[in-house]
Design a protein around this ligand. Structure first.
Ligand code: 13P
Ligand code: SF4
Length: 303
């Protein structure tokens, strides 16, 4: 009997399928993936892929984005119910009100959002490119949604713009408090503190480095230091230990785990490949309108 990993490998070849996995899914799922990365990297890979089937090991907005970017492919989610709560934390009526209030408004939508919210937005961003893209926009008034913490970070980095922050948040990153960070720093005085911009501003203020998941991983890889306190979901530890096993990593606190991401198991990936289940379907009009914001992100990120 083949192992679960061998069965997955066989099915990938047979069906001309690829697995795209986010750094937050369990390590054994990352190990069977063809591409592992942060949201921006995976969006590019989904767009470029010539496979027949894309299995997206991640939460539902990631599968939706892959389908929008490459609509002729069959996109499968191993656990379609695995969701990012923040992806829903914005209100279409508030977007409409903002557009009425500011003539030159750009609605900037973090990729962690539903397809519906993307249809109402001018451009998508990820944590890896939000600052660069907001800087590049001709508009002065920016409504940034759904994440209020990333919005506040962008506002600080791009003071020449008027960034209006929505009030959504990631429950995993919001949970980390300055007190937790100070405690971790006291316990590990030689460690650098690296953090994702979804954390609150008072936590970011204590950081040695702020970046997306892949930027945090690269920072550790290229740093001469050896100890790090990591202020993001602990799924990134897997890739860091593969690239640099000598590094010592500490979470800020115990509960730094994303429930949705951790629902993706090897068994669910195998079942999804066997049964071609969990297919992402989007209405054509939603897909078409949402694709504008995602394509704009890819265009502006290159510029
Ligand atoms: P990245 O853009 O760094 O991959 O982050 C995605 C995410 O869900 C963070 O919570
Ligand atoms: Fe959403 Fe937070 Fe999980 Fe990222 S870590 S997918 S923002 S709930």
């Amino acid at each position: 009997m083949d192992s679960i990993q061998e069965q997955i490998e066989k099915l990938k070849k047979e069906k001309h399928a690829v697995i795209l996995a986010h750094y937050y899914v369990p390590g054994e799922v990352q190990d069977v993936a063809d591409e592992i990365g942060d949201s921006f990297y995976l969006s590019k890979k989904a767009k470029e892929s010539d496979a027949d089937i894309l299995v997206f090991a991640g939460v539902s907005f990631m599968g939706e984005s892959a389908k929008i970017l490459n609509p002729t492919k069959k996109v499968l989610l191993p656990v379609p119910e695995a969701d990012c709560p923040m992806a829903h934390m914005a209100d279409a009526r508030r977007i409409a009100r903002m557009r009425e209030q500011y003539e030159d408004l750009a609605v900037v939508c973090y990729i962690n959002s539903t397809a519906e919210l993307k249809t109402l937005s001018d451009v998508c961003v990820t944590s890896a490119n939000a600052v660069r893209i907001v800087k590049a926009l001709p508009n002065r008034n920016i409504f940034f949604l759904p994440d209020g913490n990333l919005a506040a970070y962008v506002a600080e980095q791009v003071p020449q713009k008027h960034v209006i922050c929505n009030d959504g948040f990631c429950p995993v990153h919001k949970r980390i408090t300055p007190q937790d960070v100070l405690r971790a720093k006291e316990q590990h005085p030689g460690a650098q503190f690296l953090v994702h911009p979804e954390c609150t501003r008072d936590v970011l203020a204590l950081a040695d480095f702020i970046g997306s998941t892949s930027e945090i991983i690269s920072f550790v890889e290229n740093s001469p230091e050896s100890e790090f306190i990591i202020g993001t979901e602990t799924g990134v530890f897997h890739e860091i230990y593969l690239r640099c096993p000598d590094r010592v990593l500490y979470p800020v606190m115990e509960e730094q785990s994303c429930e949705g991401m951790k629902r993706i198991t090897l068994e669910s990936v195998l079942k999804c490949l066997q049964q071609e289940s969990g297919e992402v379907f989007l209405e054509e009009s939603v897909s078409r309108r949402a694709s504008h914001a995602l394509d704009e992100m890819l265009r502006l990120a290159k510029a």
